[in-house]
Design a protein around this ligand. Structure first.
Ligand SMILES: Nc1ncnc2c1ncn2[C@@H]1O[C@H](COP(=O)(O)OP(=O)(O)O)[C@@H](O)[C@H]1O
Ligand SMILES: [Mg+2]
Length: 454
């Protein structure tokens, strides 16, 4: 698939004994950015559901052995959070009403258009977003003042706990705005060092000719302008934690100095020959790939390994959809109180845009946006029109313009086949080609993935 999937978190399992339906549905929904899996029997679907978190099951009604209705019943009884859509050829005979009663959110009648399918899926998706937003209000998940319930953040919390129980150095990596500093503070305040200072140092802000004095301090008269003695970062953070932010931007000079202190734990103030022993824990953060800087010779390998004893990687916000909703709620509650405003609400469409947005600036970008919206909107409903233009554009998932003729042709063939229930004779009539040509074209079309191979 060529385009970026903006909505990898919404996972759909399609169950149908007709491979053509599977293929068409999978294709159409993948193009829209959904992550789509397929199963050709209800048994296969049940196995898949046991091992994989799925948001929506789209199932055929008539299938050999276990029917769609039984599948729906099973999902309803065992998997609370999974939504269901049923596909049926004959709504009245198949008992679609029954299916809806048993827990299917929607049903679609075959043959259906791409648009009908997408509209139905989007309706369910919206409902789900609403439900989750509501639920997340009830169960805000927070650790160390860090909001997040995604598996990725649970892992981060685990690592924070582990790091807090040791003195080992920590390297935190992640894009800008993912909460690296927040995590560094969490490690410090969860550790035994919490009553000693946490001292953040931005490596880009240290002048190369002041490195020694900034890090180790200086005594009175050490250099022109040194009118008083001044402690350096290592002394201030003694017993506590020094947080070197943007470590990837540290000059080789600074890197060398850091490495030396980490090795022998002693410092000399500029202008003094008296050695101070320091006990400072080092946490560093970077949004760069340090290893590639090592390869290029911009970062010392020995320092890299010294720092990277415990590695905490914070994934970007766009990979943790559930956290987006949690954070929106968190900031919605936080800012109105701070700004003396009342809490605005989001329309479902606006929420959908936010969940699908790429969040280049991660949590910081989200935080700033909510703050701005709270100021502008006060008590009102926030709608798509209120969101920044760039956000609305980036959510346009269609990208039809990127598709090749072969892709469009393949899709059309699949659609026609579905509409005639896989009858190749009828399909070739509609398509205006003979059966042989159709067979050959079908051979070239990529087969669908099944839970086993996809
Ligand atoms: N999981 C989170 N929960 C709550 N606030 C967060 C979270 N992640 C980031 N923030 C907030 O987003 C902003 C950016 O976080 P910060 O730690 O400075 O990011 P980084 O250092 O990675 O650029 C801060 O205001 C921070 O409080
Ligand atoms: Mg930062």
């Amino acid at each position: 698939m060529k385009q970026k999937k903006l909505n990898e978190q919404f996972k759909i399992l399609v169950v149908d004994d007709s491979l053509y339906t599977l293929e068409v549905v999978q294709r159409n929904l993948s193009i829209e950015g959904y992550q789509v899996f397929t199963a050709s029997t209800a048994e296969e679907a049940l196995n898949f559901l046991e091992a994989n978190p799925i948001d929506l099951v789209i199932t055929d009604f008539k299938m050999p052995k276990i029917s769609g209705l039984d599948l729906i019943r099973h999902v309803r009884e065992n998997l609370e959070d999974v939504e269901i859509m049923m596909i049926t050829g004959y709504p009245s005979i198949d008992g679609a009403v029954d299916a809806v009663k048993k827990g299917a959110e929607e049903y679609l009648i075959k043959p259906f258009t791409d648009k009908e399918l997408l509209t139905a899926v989007e309706r369910i998706e919206e409902k789900m977003i609403r439900k989750r937003t509501y639920q997340s209000k009830k169960f805000r998940v927070e650790s160390y003042g860090i909001i997040g319930e995604s598996a990725e953040m649970q892992n981060v919390f685990k690592l924070i706990k582990k790091a807090a129980s040791t003195k080992a150095n920590v390297l935190i990596s992640g894009e800008s705005g993912t909460g690296k500093e927040l995590v560094a503070r969490a490690v410090h305040y969860a550790s035994e060092r919490r009553s000693a200072p946490f001292v953040p140092v931005n490596c880009t802000a240290i002048h190369d000719n002041l490195i020694e004095s900034e890090l180790f301090g200086h005594v009175k008269g050490a250099f022109t302008g040194a009118r008083d003695s001044r402690a350096g970062f290592f002394q201030i953070a003694n017993g506590g934690t020094l947080f070197f932010d943007e470590i990837g931007d540290a000059s080789l000079n600074l890197q060398g100095k850091l490495l030396r202190v980490m090795e022998d734990k002693t410092i000399y103030m500029v202008g003094s020959s008296r050695a101070f022993t320091v006990d400072t824990r080092i946490i560093a953060a970077t949004n760069k790939d340090l290893l590639s800087l090592v390869t290029k010779g911009f970062f010392r390998e020995d320092l890299y390994y010294r720092l990277n004893v415990i590695n905490i990687l914070i994934p970007p916000l766009r990979e943790r959809t559930n956290d987006i909703l949690l954070l929106i709620n968190y900031f919605l509650e936080k800012f109105p109180t701070e700004l003396n405003r009342s809490v605005p609400r989001f329309s479902d469409d606006a929420l959908r845009v936010l969940v699908k947005y790429h969040w280049q600036g991660n949590v910081r970008e989200l935080e700033n946006l909510i703050q701005r919206l709270v100021v502008i909107k006060d008590n009102d409903l926030i709608e798509v029109a209120d969101l920044p233009v760039s956000m609305k554009f980036s959510v346009n998932r269609k990208m039809e313009i990127n598709r090749t003729l072969a892709e469009v042709e393949a899709e059309h063939i699949r659609n026609v086949l579905v509409s005639v229930n896989g009858n190749k004779t009828k399909a070739s009539e509609i398509l205006g080609v003979d059966r042989k040509t159709l067979r050959e074209k079908l051979k070239r079309i990529k087969p669908v993935n099944t839970p086993e191979n996809g």
